[in-house]
Design a protein around this ligand. Structure first.
Ligand SMILES: Cc1cc2nc3c(=O)[nH]c(=O)nc-3n(C[C@H](O)[C@H](O)[C@H](O)COP(=O)(O)O)c2cc1C
Length: 409
């Protein structure tokens, strides 16, 4: 067993995650009518070959109105759930854990893909067969100037969405996912109910923090009810809105205590997104989003640390965690229990395997898939020798070393 925390396993309820590296959910906008395509298989299976401990599929819409774009993954039909089975089974075959993020985009639904600007669907999209649809939110306040005004949800809408989350969770379990995450971050539907900037309701789902938390807690209850008792439930939050008069870190501590009481095991601490498009986009005027957040390495780790220490619940840290030593330090300092990595894993899908080398947690390449292990092990020895060769420049020794490596039986 490795002494290195990043490569130690963690058991949550009945599920053992083999290491602490997590693929953060990453929208791919590449589904067909909500059904996973070969892209999703190729994308997620790569992280499994790279031995990422817990692999979250992208934000998946629990109902059609909850898609960010027409190409978003959905799970409101059996066909959509069935298409995910080869993915979960491959991830498990690699010894990793498949995770699933249940999502509803709320007032940020119905947009173009980020690489087409990320703005609301328009007439050109309608002509191309992708008409806009009615979007819903806590109040009739748009995400930003020029965005579609959402319908303020009535009690019937709220009931329908709660049922959609429960049905989606049931299907996700059938599709083979072993961890479920509820997406309540980045300005999407559940987060928009939490934030006083988006929720101006004066019924039981608005007002003070307890009213604003009610919808999310009802969704948590509905999901917890239909998933197995031994299945971990995560909730992703925006720990702060990063805007004046918005949701603050102390609100997140209050919420996290409630989430724990309602059966959530891990709070995944992200931030921002309540106003304008998601974190990584620009606003509708092409300007960077207005928040007071500095986005340097590990910028959201303090949120995971505070929620963990003050709410007494496990946390997942995310946001510009790129270096294995940085990740290990976060765990050693007990600031979080899991490390989610997004863009760095897209850049290098074998990040976990390489991090294990960098931290000297896997000297014999035992973590690698057996199809790669025997060859990569020899490459490792060769790489060590190359370092030496630069100093000694002994061509004969190099040749003999290479032949030893490649002729090994
Ligand atoms: C292409 C892309 C797609 C994303 N899709 C999702 C998503 O589906 N659900 C979600 O909660 N966050 C999503 N995010 C946010 C990431 O999960 C992650 O929180 C963010 O990128 C910060 O982590 P990083 O610095 O390691 O990339 C997305 C980010 C990117 C870059």
């Amino acid at each position: 067993m490795s002494e290195i925390k990043l490569f130690s396993s963690i058991k949550i309820r009945g599920v053992t995650i083999p290491n602490r590296v997590v693929l953060s959910p990453l929208c791919m906008y590449s589904a067909n009518h909500g059904v996973a395509s070969d892209w999703q298989f190729a994308h997620l299976s790569t992280f499994a070959r790279g031995k990422t401990g817990l692999i979250f599929a992208e934000a998946t819409a629990v109902e059609a109105r909850g898609r960010i774009t027409p190409g978003c993954l959905g799970i409101w039909t059996d066909e959509q759930a069935d298409a995910l089975k080869p993915i979960t089974s491959f991830i498990e075959r690699m010894g990793c854990v498949p995770g699933f993020q249940l999502a509803h985009a709320g007032r940020k639904a119905g947009t173009k893909t980020p690489w087409n600007g990320g703005l609301p669907l328009d007439e050109d999209d309608a002509k191309a067969g992708n008409p806009a649809w009615e979007i819903i939110g806590p109040s009739d306040i748009p995400v930003a100037e020029g965005w579609v005004i959402p319908k303020a949800m009535d009690k019937k809408d709220i009931g329908e969405v709660i049922s959609a989350f429960a049905n989606a969770a049931r299907r996700a379990v059938k599709a083979g996912f072993k961890v479920i995450e509820i997406h309540s971050a980045h300005g999407y539907l559940l987060h928009s109910f939490l934030s006083p900037l988006a929720n101006k309701r004066n019924d039981e789902y608005g007002g003070d923090i307890y009213g604003r938390m009610k919808f999310l807690l009802q969704v948590v209850d509905a999901v917890r009810d239909v998933i197995p008792e031994n299945m971990p439930l995560f909730c992703r939050i925006s720990a702060v809105d990063g805007l004046e008069n918005g949701w603050e870190i102390d609100d997140s501590v209050i919420l996290s205590k409630k989430l724990e009481e309602h059966g959530v095991d891990v709070v995944d601490c992200s931030a921002g997104g309540i106003s304008g498009a998601p974190l990584f986009r620009v606003n509708n005027k092409g300007k960077p989003l207005k928040t007071n957040m500095d986005r340097g390495p590990g910028f959201q780790v303090p949120y995971a640390e505070k929620v963990k220490s003050e709410a007494g619940i496990k946390t997942m840290a995310v946001g510009v965690i790129v270096d294995p030593h940085q990740a290990e330090q976060i765990l050693q300092e007990n600031k979080a229990d899991l490390i989610a990595v997004g863009r760095e894993l897209m850049y290098n899908p074998f990040w976990a395997l390489h991090a294990a080398q960098a931290l000297k947690a896997d000297p014999e390449f035992s973590m690698w898939p057996e199809q790669y292990k025997w060859g990569v092990n020899r490459r490792g020895k060769l790489a060590d020798f190359k370092g030496l060769r630069d100093e000694v420049l002994d061509k004969e020794a190099v040749a003999s070393h290479l032949s030893d490596i490649y002729n090994q039986k």
